[in-house]
Design a protein around this ligand. Structure first.
Ligand SMILES: Cc1cc2nc3c(=O)[nH]c(=O)nc-3n(C[C@H](O)[C@H](O)[C@H](O)COP(=O)(O)OP(=O)(O)OC[C@H]3O[C@@H](n4cnc5c(N)ncnc54)[C@H](O)[C@@H]3O)c2cc1C
Length: 420
């Protein structure tokens, strides 16, 4: 079978890998000159089943309202004349009940856990190095009352298989000495023991190398997909700026651009961008730097170490397809860096960028086929795509070759059906 994977982010490349291992003849189409250059290149790097909570929760509407009133909030929205924002926002608000938040969280958690297992197997088999750190992740709180709320919230995940512990400031500093000089600033942390971190772009590049050299996958880099062609219930080609490419099966893995291309064959995918800010700093030789990835749950900044660099990310802003940033957008990241890790990195030599998370209203991604029998979606992984990549790719590859995926599709297949 000939398969064409549209998109060379971590999701597309992982899908190409599993399809090629099934014996398919695979090609990947990617607009950039290399793989993993968009959201994949900018994320916080945390493989974080322990952070699988759905953003659409009973607390979210009040946060959005406060954001509209100009206050600093975890999720922000900037109103703009974009009907897609309002249509998506309406569906997001419908997911904000306690019952739906719980269900969406558990669907995401199950996929994350499956993905971590599948990824471990892949990494072992192919010997992929990606600056992995397997020491859990720290969800740090500055306020004791918030720590208590956080620990209660985390109980949902530990009741469903996550191994977690609550650490006081001394225990946090014992685990990661970077906290020793600043432990008076924190109330403690929830540590998820099964979380880990690594460089998603490096992983994607290395996996692409395996795909090319070992499995014969072709990469059409610098090639932009402009649309799809359909006849009846089948896709007949992908139109690119270098001509039409054809295959037996097509995988849509274009991150935030997936709905724009799906629309060309009348399919509406409920995916909207949530902008985040990503910064990377060179570590200072001999400096005290974090050795465990984490998130400051109050200041809402995530960090992880990637080789000799420190990655810090923050913010979720619904403002459309807008990749612009100003130095002010990184004020929060730099405030945290200087507050908790003053000695870790050279903060005058940062690489800064904005990037877009492909969010669905409820949180779980869209996997599987819709109304066209040979068009398969693997998109909408939101804030968790690095964690979910290998599992989602394996599921979609299974569906394409006609095998029942190991992971039950409740909550995921429903999404695919709802997408068309
Ligand atoms: C600030 C931030 C922090 C994050 N932190 C984490 C984290 O800690 N843990 C985690 O699990 N996830 C995290 N994520 C989420 C994760 O990065 C994404 O979910 C994931 O990268 C999505 O992968 P993707 O392959 O779908 O998208 P992308 O990486 O964006 O890949 C899509 C690819 O398609 C290509 N493309 C798009 N349109 C076209 C076209 N028309 N023609 C050809 N090619 C095209 C793009 O160039 C791109 O390479 C974070 C995201 C952000 C923004």
């Amino acid at each position: 079978m000939k398969a064409l994977v549209l998109g060379g982010g971590v999701i597309g490349v992982a899908t190409a890998y599993y399809l090629a291992r099934e014996g398919c003849e695979v090609a990947v189409v990617e607009q950039q000159d290399g793989v993993g250059r968009e959201a994949t290149a900018s994320n916080a790097g945390i493989l974080a089943a322990g952070h699988a909570f759905a953003w659409a929760s009973p607390r979210a509407p009040a946060q959005l309202l406060r954001s509209l009133l100009g206050q600093e909030t975890a999720i922000r929205v900037r109103l703009r004349p974009d009907p897609r924002l309002y249509a998506w926002g309406y569906r997001f608000l419908r997911e904000c009940t306690a019952e739906r938040a719980r269900r969406n969280t558990l669907v995401k958690l199950r996929l994350c856990q499956y993905s971590q297992a599948v990824m471990a197997d892949l990494v072992r088999r192919e010997g992929i190095a990606y600056h992995a750190i397997a020491r859990g992740a720290l969800y740090v709180y500055r306020d004791p009352a918030e720590l208590e709320v956080g620990a209660r919230k985390m109980a949902l995940l530990s009741a469903h298989g996550q191994r977690q512990e609550i650490l006081d400031p001394d225990a946090v500093a014992k685990l990661d000495p970077v906290f020793e000089p600043v432990k008076h600033k924190i109330a403690g942390a929830v540590r998820d023991l099964t979380d880990s971190s690594g460089d998603a772009r490096l992983f994607t590049e290395e996996l692409a190398r395996v795909c090319r050299e070992k499995l014969g996958v072709a990469f059409h880099l610098g090639t932009r997909v402009q649309g799809l062609r359909a006849q009846g219930d089948r896709i007949t080609g992908a139109v690119t700026d270098r001509g039409v490419l054809t295959a037996d099966a097509y995988v849509l893995a274009l991150g935030v651009q997936s709905p724009l291309v799906a629309r060309t064959v009348g399919v509406r995918l409920p995916i909207y961008p949530a902008k985040g800010y990503s910064s990377t700093f060179p570590l200072r030789p001999g400096g005290l730097a974090p050795t465990v990835p984490g998130v400051d749950e109050q200041w809402l900044v995530a960090w992880s170490r990637m080789g000799d660099r420190l990655r810090l990310t923050s913010t979720a802003e619904f403002c459309g397809y807008d990749w612009r940033w100003t130095p002010r957008d990184f004020a929060n990241v730099l405030r945290l860096a200087r507050d908790l890790f003053p000695d870790a990195a050279d903060y005058t030599r940062g690489e800064y960028r904005a990037c877009l998370r492909p969010m669905t209203p409820g949180g779980p991604p869209i996997l599987g086929a819709g109304r066209h029998r040979n068009l398969f979606f693997n998109a909408g992984h939101g804030h968790m795509g690095w964690t979910m990549a290998c599992g989602s790719a394996r599921i979609v590859a299974d569906l394409i070759v006609g095998r029942t995926p190991e992971l039950g599709l409740d909550g995921l297949a429903v999404r695919a059906a709802a997408a068309t």
